[in-house]
Design a protein around this ligand. Structure first.
Ligand code: HEM
Length: 433
């Protein structure tokens, strides 16, 4: 089980109050949920006592916490729509009744691709999927490793750093910007914006409009005139019904890639490093198996299952349905708690343990069905390379748990604001001196 910051003495009262509150009206924004180890205690109660629970919060919604039910809802895109948004509450809630009806009927939500339903979703996905394939991703391994090493070089001689600020945030930022075709020199501005939006989201979630929209638009205009072999160019070439998608759709898609690609991987890697700090025996086993690809593959899946940054996303029912024995009415919203499904004892043996060799691991960290994470192969490779480089170059790193700080609101993503660490100082690589 995850270690909590609360002592065993003070935990029961706090947790039991929270559990009662959550099992009678789940609120993903509750600040008391935002503590290390606490969400899993709440999710367990929900799974056992009310696996598809009605919450009166935010106008009312269902919360599904068992693996089987989440799997079922996320795979039924024909009935469980994304076009009215994926958060509770959601910016779509501000739309007029006519706008909401229009989005629901057309399947075109506010933000392509994640809030588009078929048929609008299909051509976007078809165009982008080959660019995110395992083969395309593999070509980036050396680059990712050199980016990871560059950031380690910046701190290695000092013997201390903030693993979040100095490593887990910058590396995915540089990798994803480069992948998309944006200048990597601007990584910090993008990274700071995205991480702030996830760490302190408004009640309606992170705001893609907080990015440098003019800069992104200029990149899109440039690629329309001068196509290159990059994701931005691919975005300018997407067509729906033989018509190019409009500028707003292109911009939203690009902005969403930046939001989806930065914070998630950052949180998955930093949480993995925290868990490895807490489990010296697991760290030792992984470090000793540097060249065992099979072990690393299952280990990364296990860390994805265990750390699951995205807690859950919402769908809206088009037609009446049944989920986990509960009747869902047309128009009802269902929040699928991926982070709960990943610890469901009905699906996983010993879910509270980190088992580097777990063989069957149908975790929900990347979602399921047609919206399954487009960047999953890239994220896996980033995670593997980043953890490998830390274990190799800072093998004895120790995290100062007293300074670990969880985001104030984990409704979108579980992650830390700061992960201060110290280690035996090492040398920069010869090439970087
Ligand atoms: C550990 C890292 C990551 C996690 C945990 C994660 C999680 C997710 C989840 C849960 C979904 C499903 C959304 C839904 O069902 O509504 C999703 C979709 C998506 N992700 Fe990721 N993601 C990660 C990394 C990335 C990266 C690196 C990129 C791109 C650079 C990316 C791009 C996307 C896109 C574009 C979608 C929407 C796909 C669609 O709607 O068809 N993600 N991600």
């Amino acid at each position: 089980m995850r270690r909590s910051h609360m002592t065993t003495q003070d935990a029961p009262t706090v947790i039991s109050d929270l559990v009662v509150r959550m099992t009678t009206g789940f609120n993903p924004h509750d600040p008391e949920l935002a503590h290390d180890g606490v969400p899993q205690q709440v999710y367990r109660e929900l799974r056992d006592k009310c696996p598809v629970q009605w919450s009166d919060q935010y106008g009312g919604f269902w919360v599904a916490t068992r693996h089987e039910d989440i799997d079922r809802v996320s795979k039924d895109a024909a009935n469980f729509a994304s076009a009215l948004g994926i958060l509770i509450p959601d910016p779509s809630d501000f739309a007029t009744e006519d706008e909401r009806k229009e989005r629901f009927d057309s399947g075109k939500g506010m933000l392509p691709i994640v809030m588009y339903d078929p048929p609008a979703h299909t051509p976007m996905r078809r165009k982008l999927e080959p660019l995110f394939s395992p083969a395309m991703v593999r070509k980036r391994e050396d680059f990712i490793r050199s980016v990871a090493d560059d950031f380690i070089d910046d701190v290695i001689e000092s013997g201390q750093c903030d693993l979040m600020v100095d490593f887990c945030a910058p590396v995915p930022a540089v990798v994803v910007l480069d992948w998309l075709g944006l200048p990597v020199e601007g990584w910090k501005a993008y990274s700071d914006t995205v991480l702030k939006q996830f760490a302190e989201p408004s009640e309606y979630g992170p705001d893609v409009g907080s990015l440098d929209i003019a800069g992104l638009y200029a990149a899109l205009v440039d690629r329309k005139e001068h196509p290159r072999d990059d994701i931005i160019t691919a975005i300018t070439q997407i067509e729906i019904d033989d018509e190019p998608i409009n500028d707003f759709e292109m911009l939203s898609l690009l902005g969403q890639m930046i939001f989806a690609g930065l914070d998630t991987t950052t949180n998955a890697v930093s949480s993995t490093l925290v868990e490895l700090h807490r489990r010296p025996e697991v760290r030792k086993e992984l470090s000793a198996a540097a060249n065992d690809d099979r072990l690393w593959t299952s280990a990364i899946e296990e860390f994805l299952r265990y750390t699951c940054p995205i807690q859950g996303f919402k769908r809206t029912a088009r037609e009446p349905a049944e989920v986990g024995g509960q009747a869902i009415a047309a128009g009802d919203r269902v929040l699928m708690m991926f982070a709960s499904g990943n610890f469901d004892e009905r699906e996983f043996d010993r879910p509270d343990e980190i088992d580097l060799r777990r063989t069957t691991n149908r975790h929900l960290t990347f979602g399921r069905g047609i919206h399954r994470c487009l960047g999953s192969h890239l994220a896996r490779l980033e995670m593997k390379v980043m953890v490998q480089q830390i274990l190799q170059r800072m093998p004895d790193y120790v995290i100062d748990e007293s300074q670990l700080k969880v985001h104030e609101d984990i409704s979108v993503a579980f992650g830390y604001d700061a992960v201060p660490a110290h280690f035996t100082p090492g040398r920069r690589r010869a090439s970087s001196q």
